[in-house]
Design a protein around this ligand. Structure first.
Ligand code: GLC
Length: 749
């Protein structure tokens, strides 16, 4: 018996070692292949892999004119193209790359930020959904369409925390909060990258802009950022760490200097944190020309020094500045840059080209038949409509003016955005040459027409332009309103008034739009105002006087239908603001997770030596986490499993949510904590968890949260991640300024 047992053990060991060798062979295959290609490469070919050019479809930065790109691709001195789209066009460029000595395939990158052919709501709008499944699904569809069009890599998600709505790129991110921003970063990375890289519906994600780009002083794009390392770690880095943990294939660094060092030359960010502490194995692409821009920053004297600084700091690929192309080989030859830095960057890039399967088949993403099929999948439009409806925020609904009955006899639809087509796509949307957007996009006018009964009559008047002082259209608009039973007014920005290089010092409703609203409100008709924008706008008169206000951001291809779904009650609005809305620009930055200060103001009339404005309320016009429903939700029965916990223990939190309204709907229950005393003062509240749940009218559900040490921790003076013993307040709210239930507990030593 013993003999048989030892034979069986031997056989098992044999197969186990075979399998291990095979497994090792497979896992080492890509690493080995990368090394084998690297050994064949000249220094010029290595530098070529670090060189990325813009193709000629469009430009998303200042263009350098040179027309020998094809020649350089043939010479193997270009590693990637951006703004090159379409199965055919990418196939043609890949054919050029296959004429190079080593036939290393090109990577095609594109800003697929919120959709490719099917445009989804701008990211800030999607963030308002607080629906991670919806956000992930939108990214999944964007990736599916982009990959079918030959794109390997999207320069998304943008995960910059932003607390200054003067900054135009606030539209591109997930708002002001690191917890919500981290959850959304995870959802978007997973959505873009799908099951695994190499699948034909997956594209590489790119977490950007590393780092703290959203904290530009004065909200002025590209401006300096100056903050403590503690604030950087506590607020601005968490979404990037979440992206690393979600497996983001690439990073993009940012234009700004951080504490005087441009991000693209910032070794603390890229080597110490990203590739060191976080052990990141992907690659970092510079933002457009940002390596060369280190000269403008006054951080380096010339392109030669820029290349030296950037490669040393861990910038792997040079988008459009040509600094690496023109200097890196010489820097290596002069022993200013160890070849190991170049080899590390090249290996990181080749690794992704292998993972995408491009060495096996460079043309695998460039299939025209698949492209046509995927880009015309009607399911995508259906999902776009659902995600859009989930992104619409109901800000005000006095006397239940909304939803409007579909049988309303006469509705006036007034304003400069009612019949706009492409405005609905927002900034960072992609316009494909062969799409007739007048037919593809559902305008707001069309959406309402699709919704109302055939006996209803829809009247239109433009009223005014988005900008300018011309009020000549007011009279017609007022007369039109007088004929109606209810008036919908659609106002806002133009889509290119927020986005990159679109910072604004004045974020009031532009032009004479608010005067148009006043004129129509004066008719005494019931008025609903729809606001379309890429950022929080200021509209105090409207907020104080108009009975119903809906924030619809920019919702994409299905905008009109989604807006009508909400206005006429086919979708009960559930969105919550991911960013605070200021009352005036002078209040900026205003955000919910502020410190208490030594002289907190307890209300607006308390002005006696307290931290407050004497001419304006301290509170935002609309708070982070705010958003109404056609229903009402009752919070009750908050219970904690214990009132004291040790650092290795947890507390279970349970409560009941009841839909006490007449509509089925979703509520986002938000859990905030306050650490009452800390070695670093702690915010008056911080979002630590949330749950979005559906409830039928009259339904009650019990929900649970878990409090662990992680949720109690923060970065102390020494940048250690610590939870300090003491008392904590736990707040459950429907908004950061609408706390429904409270409890407290103690963290023991
Ligand atoms: C732009 C943006 C960046 C984008 C890149 C390529 O300047 O800053 O977000 O991905 O260039 O278009």
């Amino acid at each position: 018996m013993k003999k048989i047992g030892s034979i069986i053990r031997l056989i098992c060991l044999f197969f186990l070692s075979m399998q291990t060798n095979l497994l090792n062979a497979q896992t080492k295959t890509i690493a080995q292949k990368v090394d084998s290609v690297l050994q064949l490469m000249t220094i010029e070919e290595k530098v070529g892999q670090l060189n990325q050019y813009n193709d000629d479809w469009t430009a998303t930065g200042p263009v350098t004119k040179d027309n020998d790109k094809a020649k350089q691709v043939k010479e193997g001195t270009v590693g990637s193209l951006l703004n090159c789209m379409g199965a055919e066009r990418t196939r043609n460029w890949q054919n050029v790359a296959m004429q190079s000595r080593l036939k290393i395939p090109l990577l095609f990158g594109q800003d697929v930020i919120h959709g490719y052919k099917t445009t989804f709501p701008i990211p800030l709008a999607e963030a308002a959904s607080w629906d991670m499944d919806a956000i992930q699904l939108a990214a999944r569809i964007a990736a599916t369409e982009a990959a079918a069009s030959g794109i390997h890599w999207t320069f998304a998600p943008m995960v910059d925390i932003a607390r200054d709505p003067r900054w135009g790129r606030v539209m591109e991110g997930a708002g002001e909060d690191p917890y919500l921003g981290s959850m959304i970063a995870t959802a978007r990375v997973k959505g873009f990258q799908g099951n695994k890289l190499g699948d034909l519906d997956a594209v590489m994600a790119c977490a950007k802009h590393f780092a703290a780009y959203g904290a530009a002083i004065g909200g002025r794009d590209y401006n300096s950022v100056d903050m403590s390392d503690r604030l950087l770690w506590e607020v601005y880095l968490p979404p990037f760490k979440a992206a690393v943990d979600a497996g983001a294939a690439t990073f993009m660094n940012s234009f700004n200097d951080l504490n005087g060092v441009p991000a693209t030359g910032n070794a603390y960010l890229q080597r110490t944190i990203l590739k060191g502490k976080w052990n990141y194995s992907g690659f970092v692409v510079s933002d457009w020309g940002s390596i060369g821009e280190m000269i403008n920053h006054g951080n380096v004297k010339n392109s030669y020094e820029a290349a030296l600084s950037a490669i040393t700091a861990g910038s792997d690929m040079d988008m459009e500045s040509r600094s690496y192309k023109n200097n890196l080989a010489q820097l290596v030859k002069e022993n200013k840059v160890p070849i190991a830095f170049v080899d590390d960057a090249v290996k990181r890039i080749l690794q992704k080209k292998f993972e995408l399967g491009l060495f096996d088949d460079p043309f695998r993403f460039s299939n025209v038949q698949r492209e046509n099929k995927v880009l015309n999948d009607p399911e995508h439009l259906k999902i776009a409509r659902q995600v859009a409806a989930k992104s619409i925020v109901l800000l005000k609904n006095q006397n239940h003016l909304l939803p409007i009955s579909k049988n309303t006899k006469t509705i006036a639809f007034i304003g400069p955005l009612v019949k706009e087509v492409k405005q609905n796509m927002g900034f960072w949307s992609i316009e494909l040459p062969d799409v007739d957007y007048s037919k593809f996009i559902v305008t707001q006018w069309q959406g309402v027409q699709n919704k109302i009964s055939k006996n209803s009559h829809l009247l239109y008047a433009k009223g005014c332009d988005i900008e300018g002082n011309n009020k000549n259209g007011f009279a017609e608009a007022v007369e039109t309103a007088k004929k109606a039973d209810v008036v919908i007014i659609s106002v806002g920005e133009r889509r290119d008034m927020s986005g990159e290089a679109k910072s604004r010092s004045n974020i009031h409703l532009p032009g004479v739009q608010e005067e148009l609203i006043k004129a129509i409100q004066a008719t005494g008709k019931p008025v609903v105002v729809l606001i379309n924008a890429g950022r929080p706008l200021i509209f105090n008169w409207t907020a104080d006087h108009v009975p119903a206000i809906v924030y619809s951001w920019w919702l994409g291809t299905a905008a009109g239908d989604a807006i009508a779904d909400v206005l006429f009650g086919d979708y009960n609005p559930s969105a919550k603001l991911p960013i605070s809305f200021p009352r005036e620009e002078g209040q900026i930055p205003v955000y919910y997770s502020h410190f208490n200060t030594g002289r907190p103001a307890h209300n607006d009339s308390d002005l006696n030596y307290v931290s407050a404005y004497t001419d304006l309320s301290n509170s935002p016009r609309y708070a982070f986490g705010y958003g109404l429903s056609y229903s009402n939700f009752k919070y009750s029965n908050l219970q904690l499993s214990k009132s004291k916990m040790r650092s290795d223990e947890t507390i279970e939190v349970s409560l009941q949510i009841s839909n006490i309204g007449n509509y089925a709907g979703e509520e986002t229950v938000q859990l905030y904590l306050r650490d009452r005393v800390g070695s670093i003062v702690r915010p008056v509240k911080e979002l630590k968890d949330f749950k979005k749940l559906f409830l039928n009218a009259g339904e009650t559900k019990t929900i649970r949260f878990m409090i662990d040490q992680q949720k109690l921790s923060f970065y102390n003076q020494q940048l250690q991640w610590v939870a300090e013993p003491g008392d904590f307040d736990l707040m459950i709210g429907s908004s950061s300024d609408d706390i429904r239930l409270k409890e407290s507990f103690e963290l023991l030593n």
